[in-house]
Design a protein around this ligand. Structure first.
Ligand SMILES: NC(=O)c1ccc[n+]([C@@H]2O[C@H](COP(=O)([O-])OP(=O)(O)OC[C@H]3O[C@@H](n4cnc5c(N)ncnc54)[C@H](O)[C@@H]3O)[C@@H](O)[C@H]2O)c1
Length: 263
């Protein structure tokens, strides 16, 4: 098993890639704190993991709250006795518009893509340093590598997390704490619909019906060189690789998991 004996946290873990990661990491021997504001969702994920013989516990937490974002670390250490990895997977699409931008949506994008990651990281570093090392993985996006006309604010914050990852990898290297990002392309989760249904740039473009969105979703797969969207487990396995000792000399990387889009 590739994560045998390791203890870690996955955020945004009631759905999509975070859920897949919690399940896969537990199957590979990790003890996992499964964190999401959707309490019912995390309880269900944990029940399934524990029934399958894994070791997980649920934390219902709104990570927009600084206290909650720090406490997930303390609660994990008090439950499992140590901390080896965090997959900071939480994120938010933010506002589509620049002209006429909704600043409340902007604040949400900052809080859920950058602020909570900083707060959780601050809480995690001392435990990893004391243990002689650890692995921090963040979810950026292909929009953190290249620009996105549909989602410029999202691209701004995801470039921000990639900058944080690169800087932290250099800062924490001497402590044997590796820091990396996964950069998903379009992955078939509820959030994909938010991005695909956005107009290219015009703030006045009409909103779309659910049927139109599904048509667009089907059409958009064609722009991916592999001609399909990714599945949540395909990103979770890349995160697992970065967490695992197989990636022992990899730090500061922003790994595209995108079917070739950024190529
Ligand atoms: N789906 C994609 O195509 C795609 C592409 C690139 C990057 N991403 C990134 O992947 C991450 C999540 O995407 P997903 O597609 O797996 O998501 P998802 O839509 O499947 O799930 C998001 C989860 O986040 C939780 N959440 C939302 N606000 C929260 C809060 N304040 N506190 C705690 N939990 C909260 C929700 O309850 C939900 O379970 C984000 O960082 C996103 O930017 C997604």
């Amino acid at each position: 098993m590739r994560l045998s004996g390791k203890v870690g946290i996955v955020t945004a873990a009631a759905s999509g890639m975070g859920r897949a990661g919690s399940e896969i990491f537990a199957r590979e021997g990790a003890s996992v704190a499964v964190v999401d504001r959707d309490e019912q969702g995390v309880n269900q994920v944990v029940e399934e993991i524990n029934q399958a013989g894994g070791n997980a516990f649920a934390i219902g937490a709104d990570l927009r709250d600084d206290k909650a974002a720090a406490e997930i670390v303390e609660r994990t250490v008090s439950e499992f006795g140590r901390l080896d990895f965090v997959w900071n997977h939480l994120g938010h699409p933010g506002p589509a518009a620049v002209e006429g931008v909704d600043m409340a949506e902007y604040d949400l994008a900052i809080d859920l893509n950058l602020r909570s990651q900083l707060v959780t990281t601050e809480a995690a570093i001392p435990y990893m340093r004391d243990a002689g090392g650890g692995s921090l993985v963040y979810t950026a996006s292909t929009a953190g590598i290249s620009g996105s006309p549909q989602s410029p604010v999202y691209s701004m914050v995801k470039h921000g997390i990639v900058g944080f990852v690169r800087s932290l990898s250099r800062r924490l290297g001497p402590d044997n704490i590796r820091v990396n990002a996964v950069c998903p392309g379009p992955i078939d989760t509820p959030m994909l619909r938010v991005f695909v249904s956005r107009p290219d740039s015009s703030p006045d473009a009409p909103s779309r019906t659910a049927e139109e969105v599904e048509e667009m979703v089907a059409g958009r797969a064609g722009v991916v060189p592999l001609k399909r969207f990714g599945q949540p487990d395909e990103v979770a396995k890349a995160a697992m690789f970065l967490i695992s000792d197989d990636a022992s000399f990899i730090t500061g990387a922003a790994l595209p998991v995108d079917g070739g889009i950024t190529a």
